[in-house]
Design a protein. Structure first.
Length: 259
């Protein structure tokens, strides 16, 4: 279901729209949102529900009851097998209830902490959810704001953007406006989702949103850590620890005799 952008928008009078710049209308924004989908930086897992069902069935208590029911059925104890199978209902029911409650709490927290972006809609600067930003939106670039999507700068006043999380470049990059064809814009006039405005202010036209090619080529904002192998310092061999402890005791004894 497509969200109603106009109901989520909150008017913001903090910026004046330069002459000649026009954003989308609320009607066009809703139409584009239905065509291209939400502006999500990470793809949704299509098999998440399947994994949840499998994890519920692999609950130790459920597995034990299933195995016991199968064994009783093979031994000809049909009545006991049926009783054990029926016992699965409350066990799985509790798991489903707890999972649903935790999911609802997480979704509520995610909505409360959802990032917003300032865009021009119906000739006014409004604040919308990051997922509601669509291609063609006129994005407001302000100091301290994290950019919601890839695009081209249309108007700039000393805009500098920190792209270190995307490119590794430690110095903020100065941006200049590009009034011509967005597809021909040079790197100095482009901005990317996930970067942060550190100076100045301006307006930029969104080119791509979500996991489109221009966005998907960027490295992740937060690197994934491999939890399967703890750091080497935490996996010191037991023999080495023993030698270190014995050496520490010899030092203590030696120092005690010297005193």
């Amino acid at each position: 279901m497509v969200a109603d952008v106009s109901e989520q928008a909150v008017h913001d009078e903090g910026s004046e729209i330069p002459p000649g710049l026009n954003g989308l209308s609320s009607i066009d924004a809703r139409r584009l949102l239905g065509e291209v989908g939400p502006n999500r930086w990470v793809k949704q897992d299509r098999f998440a529900r399947v994994r949840e069902v499998v994890s519920l069935l692999l609950d130790p208590m459920a597995v034990m009851l299933i195995i016991a029911a199968v064994v009783y059925f093979l031994l000809g104890e049909t009545r006991d097998a049926v009783v054990l199978a029926l016992a699965l209902i409350p066990v799985l029911g509790v798991d489903v209830l707890l999972e649903a409650r935790s999911r609802a709490a997480l979704e509520k927290l995610a909505r409360a902490a959802a990032p917003f972006a300032d865009v021009v809609r119906d000739q006014h600067v409004v604040s919308v959810a990051l997922e509601d930003v669509v291609p063609g939106d006129l994005l407001v670039l302000r100091e301290g704001h994290v950019i919601a999507a890839d695009g081209v700068v249309r108007w700039a006043a000393n805009v500098a953007i920190d792209e270190s999380s995307l490119t590794g470049e430690s110095e903020p990059q100065s941006k200049r406006e590009w009034p011509s064809n967005p597809g021909e814009a040079p790197p100095g006039a482009r901005f990317f989702a996930g970067s942060q405005v550190v100076a100045g202010h301006g307006f930029g036209q969104v080119a791509t949103t979500g996991d489109h090619p221009q966005s998907s080529n960027k490295p992740p904002l937060v690197p994934r850590l491999d939890s399967r192998r703890p750091p080497r310092r935490q996996r010191r061999p037991a023999a080495a620890r023993g030698r270190r402890q014995r050496g520490h005791r010899r030092v203590c004894v030696g120092s005690g005799g010297a005193s």
